[in-house]
Design a protein around this ligand. Structure first.
Ligand code: ATP
Ligand code: MG
Length: 408
């Protein structure tokens, strides 16, 4: 038997209702904040991610699915949503829309990862991007929207960690300080870190290798290097969060796995398993990097598989099973065609109704109705057809009621 690829999953009928529920709540919430849905291709030119995500990131250096198509183009499977959304925003002239422009998505992503708990090779992200505001107010609105979503999903035990990683200007000085800190021990770092030393030393702080992590202890802190503008932005952001009663922790260790971030970055982390469920930040330089006019922006993405697992832990009682409202059983051929019409009438009215289409005996029909947890069962025989009256049995209570079939 052929089996699925490592790091991929089948989402089965029993689970799909939970996915749809999460997607529905996300859609409703995002729409209340003015976001429109966008869908972009799974395949893009590799350059989009090399330039967009950054060619010193884990995603691009180690995790991207890349192949050559029959036209000898080098193509990548989308590892994240932001670069594609920015490309679509520019390519479709969306920068002329009223600003800020707000877009959300729910799309599968592909990364060649070490498969483990909460880490797959095909996974789904629900995310959003906001273009056209450089103000801290946009950052606050985004955070508030995520909190609302988590709240509506009754997801608890989540911590908000924030940081500022500055802008092009203040980062220059910080990177120099960081290089000075790393340089004496550079030869002890892993090979990937060594390649990042010149171009992007901040990436070294995000290295997951145990030895590198150890060496990174005591590194200079970006918050001490912020320029006045970045400092002011971060202060206003924090004050406004507190104003809204939103709790947060400043974690100067957050640098995020993508190169495009500037100023505000944040992670919502589960207190139960330590996994990050939502992550994002501001990326004021990315639109320009992808050949658009300079446009400030902020966005985030949430891994739905991780969200779902916490959702299930927090909502063990929630029942997503879909049970038929009616099961129409029949005795004999006349009753069979009568029941067929009746069941389609019910469905036309928008009611979930079932009837046997296998050709089972009455006893087997009723057994099936029971297995499907039908709410009511009506059995049709010759006398029911003649009188257009039938007995409706409520399965849970066993209560029986005489009804006029024409009123169904
Ligand atoms: P990490 O440092 O954990 O690898 P990242 O920086 O790669 O995170 P992002 O690219 O910002 O993460 O992804 C945003 C969110 O998408 C994550 O917080 C997580 O919920 C989810 N996610 C990322 N990679 C995976 C994966 N391989 N499998 C499942 N979910 C994922
Ligand atoms: Mg990662």
């Amino acid at each position: 038997m052929i089996q699925r690829l490592k790091g991929t999953r089948d989402i089965l009928p029993g689970e799909i209702a939970k996915w749809q529920y999460i997607e529905k709540i996300a859609k409703e919430t995002f729409e209340q904040y003015g976001y429109d849905e966008i869908r972009v291709p799974v395949i893009e030119k590799i350059e989009l991610f090399q330039r967009g995500v950054g060619d010193t990131t884990d995603i691009v250096q180690k995790e991207m699915y890349v192949f050559e198509d029959k036209g000898e183009r080098t193509i990548a499977l989308r590892p994240e949503g932001t670069a594609g959304v920015v490309r679509a925003y520019l390519e479709n002239g969306m920068s002329s829309l009223p600003s800020p422009t707000k877009l959300w998505y729910a799309m599968p992503m592909y990364r060649y990862e070490n498969v483990q708990k909460g880490r797959q090779r095909e996974f789904t992200q629900i995310g959003a991007e906001l273009f056209g505001s450089s103000s801290y107010m946009a950052d606050v609105e985004v955070i508030k929207m995520i909190m609302t979503l988590l709240d509506r999903l009754n997801i608890k035990d989540i911590e908000l960690n924030i940081n500022s990683i500055g802008c092009k200007n203040c980062r220059k000085e910080y990177q120099e300080a960081l290089r000075n800190f790393i340089r004496p021990n550079l030869d002890k770092h892993c090979d990937v870190c060594k390649t990042r030393f010149e171009k992007n030393p901040m990436r070294i702080l995000d290295c997951k290798e145990k030895e590198c992590k150890e060496l990174n202890k005591g590194a200079p802190c970006i918050l001490d290097f912020l320029c006045d503008e970045c400092k002011q932005h971060f202060e206003s952001f924090k004050n406004s969060l507190s104003d809204l009663g939103i709790e947060f922790k400043v974690d100067s260790g957050i640098v995020r796995g993508l190169d495009y971030y500037t100023k505000t970055v944040f992670e919502f982390v589960s207190k139960i398993d330590g996994l990050t469920v939502v992550a994002g930040g501001r990326y004021d330089g990315l639109v320009e990097e992808l050949d658009g006019v300079p446009t400030p922006a902020i966005g985030f993405a949430s891994g739905v598989e991780r969200l779902l697992s916490i959702f299930e832990q927090n909502n063990p009682e929630m029942n997503f099973e879909k049970n038929p409202e009616y099961f129409i059983a029949y005795i004999g051929e006349n009753a069979n065609s009568y029941a067929t019409k009746l069941v389609s009438q019910l469905r036309d009215k928008g009611i979930y109704a079932e009837k046997d289409i296998v050709g089972r005996s009455l006893k087997a029909q009723l057994k099936f109705a029971d297995k499907k947890n039908a709410k009511y069962v009506i059995t049709i025989g010759d006398s029911e057809i003649e009188t257009e009256k039938a007995t409706r049995k409520e399965m849970e209570t066993g209560k029986e009621e005489e009804i006029d079939i024409r009123t169904l």
